[in-house]
Design a protein around this ligand. Structure first.
Ligand code: PRP
Length: 177
């Protein structure tokens, strides 16, 4: 269905919810990984907004890299095939890496990203996802840190898209035909 003929629905997570939970996640991450430099890898494009806000909230020295993953295209279901571009991750070998995801649905994207990063021999790998949809999981993977556990509802806003639309919404809303 064309996203122009549908409109985002109710607010699921407000701007205030997002800011408060991001601050809480930063505290959890800083407590679990207290010292030294972190290499933060933001999964594009969905995690761009959360990634930048999280880095600000962490308030510590970081270096930043990017990995681009895509499996949904313009649809509302995963194609099952994750396309990765990983030339902008930055140096990973012997680094402490934090992978930032916006959402875990089937788990295929996070699994592909983690496997790619691990193959480059980091000192450690942690994962954070702002939203988890455990009911949708198809592969056995969980993030080390999770912002919100969500119902099985398609979500847009704060980086999450439908056919590339609605990423710019400041809050997260449901999106149903
Ligand atoms: C979305 C989202 C996650 C992934 C989660 O990415 O940003 O990376 O799907 O779904 P999964 O757990 O079923 O793999 P998408 O492929 O839509 O690309 P985008 O980040 O550019 O929106």
């Amino acid at each position: 269905m064309d996203s122009d003929s549908m409109a985002p629905g109710e607010v699921i997570y407000s701007e205030e919810d997002i800011a408060q939970r991001t601050a809480g996640l930063a505290r959890e991450i800083n407590a679990a990984i207290p010292d030294g430099n972190l290499h933060v890898i933001i999964t594009q494009k969905g995690a761009l907004y959360f990634g930048v806000d999280l880095i600000r909230a962490l308030g510590r020295r970081v270096t930043i890299g990017f990995i681009t993953a895509s499996s949904y295209g313009d649809g509302m279901e995963s194609s099952g095939e994750v396309q990765l571009r990983s030339e902008d991750t930055g140096e990973i070998t012997a680094r402490r890496v934090l992978i930032v995801e916006d959402i875990i649905d089937t788990g295929r994207t996070l699994q592909s990203v983690v496997n790619t990063i691990r193959s480059r021999k980091p000192a450690s790998v942690h994962t954070v996802a702002f939203i988890d949809k455990p009911a949708r999981r198809e592969v056995a993977i969980d993030a080390d840190f999770v912002g919100f556990s969500a119902e099985d509802v398609f979500l847009v806003g704060y980086g999450l898209d439908h056919a590339e639309a609605y990423r710019e919404l400041p809050c997260i809303r449901s999106f149903e035909p």
